[in-house]
Design a protein around this ligand. Structure first.
Ligand code: FMN
Length: 388
């Protein structure tokens, strides 16, 4: 089967123009935030767009992409391209996944169900957050044959944790992404100023609230007493840091690949490999956790070197355009995850909005790959870049 020609979205848009049909919203992947600002209430908008503390880490993420520049090569015969890659044994149409983004119903009522449908339609894996506004069973159904991974906010209660993991495995989530950088919520002034936190209102709690082990610990059901359920869940999934010696527990209860998300130091990558993990996501949570932290892109080469061939290295934080994806791949990532971009797409138009953003990103990636003189992600390396 020939590779999908993602760049063709460009032709489709221009041809529709002949019939006075325009794209549903902007194709400028760096303008999605300002466009979403016009559609969302303050609380949800700032929950998505906001960052930790002064916002320095989120800014650094973008600045790092700007500092690295592609060096195009000519006459390489890049007419026919294949963006396909293999991640943890899974063949993907492009080196792009949807990052776990919680509480998606705050930007669109269909939330994760819309995202799952859009992702499945393109064969792009969706990483479902523990903080989903729909149950993992509902999202699995919406995703159908689509590839799906599950992201764990590691509950302190082992029985609840195992029960959630078992449900995810039983419903076709192939890979576990354990997020390490958000064991407690950072100081986020944008949300604090509005006292805006969806979880304490029982939003983004569908997975625990539908979990038999979690429900067994409640005197009344979450449907009868949402506050009691919230008061049990919030301290269960936030507030307690884990340690490296706990990783065998995850290995014991998940028989697929495990990826640690939030790694920024080469030593942490080595420890992940020593602990038998399969991959890491080099991520600073899009600048939402440690204020004043290093740009995720700037630590990628060192983490990739430490990982060697022992771990697969994924990347996120600050990816907006096709060029950004190419830069991360050139610095050692196998694939990237995108977060806010598709959340803004969801805000613009549910499933169609996510599909539009993904198609724009994949088209931009495909065209920029070819115009830089490459036919596949495998051809990219540090010499594709100019730094400084
Ligand atoms: C609104 C929002 C919610 C998020 N929720 C989660 C989550 O539930 N679990 C998780 O591991 N990361 C979560 N993240 C972080 C993303 O997975 C990802 O690391 C980050 O968005 C990447 O940066 P980008 O937004 O610049 O692409 C969230 C990010 C945003 C913007």
């Amino acid at each position: 089967m020939s590779a999908p020609r993602f760049g063709d979205y460009q032709n489709e848009i221009y041809l529709h123009g002949l019939e006075d049909r325009l794209p549903p919203f902007t194709t400028d992947l760096t303008a999605l935030e300002s466009s979403a600002r016009e559609r969302l209430e303050d609380g949800p908008f700032w929950y998505v767009a906001g960052a930790a503390g002064s916002g320095a880490t989120a800014r650094a993420n973008r600045e790092a992409f700007d500092r690295h520049r592609l060096v195009p090569r000519m006459l390489t015969g890049a007419t026919v391209r294949d963006l396909g890659t293999t991640v943890l044994g899974q063949r993907l149409p492009a080196p792009v996944l949807l990052a776990p983004v919680g509480v998606q119903s705050i930007v669109h009522p269909d939330g994760e169900l819309a995202t799952a449908r859009a992702a499945a339609g393109l064969g792009v894996p969706m990483v479902l957050s523990t903080a989903s506004s729909h149950t993992l069973e509902e999202v699995a159904e919406a995703s159908g044959e689509g590839p799906r991974w599950f992201q764990l906010y590691w509950p302190n209660d082992d029985e609840v944790c195992v029960s959630i993991l078992e449900r995810a495995r039983a419903h076709g989530y192939s890979t576990l992404v354990a997020t390490l950088d958000t064991w407690t919520l950072a100081w986020r002034p944008n949300d604090l100023d509005r006292s805006y936190l969806p979880f304490i209102r029982g939003v983004g709690t569908a997975i625990p609230f539908s979990d038999p082990a979690f429900r067994a610990g409640l005197a009344t059901t979450p449907e009868e007493d949402v506050i009691a359920a919230v008061l049990r869940w919030v301290p269960m999934f936030t507030g307690t840091d884990k340690t490296w010696d706990r990783l065998p527990f995850l290995r014991e209860h998940w028989d697929g690949p495990i990826v640690l998300k939030g790694v920024q130091h080469p030593d942490d990558a080595r420890r992940a490999a020593d602990a038998g993990m399969d991959g890491v996501v080099v991520s600073n949570h899009g600048g939402r956790q440690v204020d004043g932290a290093v740009a995720s892109l700037d630590v990628l080469p060192a983490v990739a070197a430490a990982a060697g061939d022992r771990l697969e290295v994924l990347f996120d934080s600050g990816v907006r355009t096709g060029a950004d994806v190419l830069k991360a791949l050139s610095l050692g990532a196998r694939a990237v995850l995108v977060g806010r971009s598709y959340a803004y797409g969801l805000a613009h138009g549910g499933e169609e909005g996510v599909r539009h953003v993904l198609r724009c990103l994949l088209a931009d990636l495909d065209l920029t790959l070819g115009l830089s003189g490459h036919r596949s992600p495998a051809e990219l390396g540090p010499d594709a870049l100019h730094f400084g």
